[in-house]
Design a protein around this ligand. Sequence first.
Ligand code: SF4
Length: 305
Amino acid sequence: MKCSRCGAPAQIALPNHHTGFCPECFNLFFSRQVEKAIRHFRMFSKSDKILVALSGGKDSLALFRELTQQGYDVTGLHIDLNIKNSSCHARAVVEKFCEDLGAPLRIVNVADEGLSIAHIKKAIRRPICSICGKVKRYFFNKVALDEGFNALCTGHNLDDEVGRLLSNTMRWDIAYLSDQGPALPAENGFAAKFRPLYRLTEYETAAYCFFNKIEHNTAICPYSSGASFPVRKELLNTLEHHSPGSKLAFYERFLKQAKPLFEAAEERLGDPISPCTSCGYPTTAGVCNICRLREQLAADLEAQK
Ligand code: SF4
């Protein structure tokens, strides 16, 4: 197979785009997909201050490198979850990556904030991944707003987005469906959030890391076996294999045709958002989930004394 742009031997086939590329032209393809996403949703410009959440995984590192290459003003944000045999590897990867790029990095250690994930797992009998996600999102938002960033970016790719869409649809979760998309404006105490990799699959971001020698974290979180996302991703991969391009078509049609309906329904039915009476960040429940969690953990520690 030859590269469909320059005619050199292709090193990657992309059936979803009916094409194949050599590494150099693949990088160009990748950049154009990111540019297209940024332009289509008017995400941000070169004069904006952009915060990129860096987990240490391939997607967030690929996004950060690509935005840096395109000349955006980016700062990394790593949330150290303090999970044994896992978080130290992720943090080391992110620190080295930013040091090699000469890029600024902010680190928040959740244990310093009274929210150790290991402690939460022991003290609270609920699936840890959803709580862990809430803790991360809380600090993404807090750092973005407290430190004056105009945009908060995450490395969610097309597979992440479609997997989440399927999950939300299977529960017909109006609040989540109205809130899903690659561009969410700053409102109600939330920073503007963007997902510039939404047009690229997990395979494509992995290829980008491979061709550009980006070393990413491969240590597996000990709590990951409870996550249900991989099952849905596998289902969607089977569908994509039989019908290339179906993931992007499903997602884009949702954004165009269904999301506005869910937004209208949420506006009518959703709970009003107001500042948390304790920390001031947005919530629908007086005191936000994170402040309640922090209080619960502090009480648990007190009871153990
Ligand atoms: Fe957090 Fe679950 Fe991911 Fe582990 S697998 S980092 S607990 S969301």
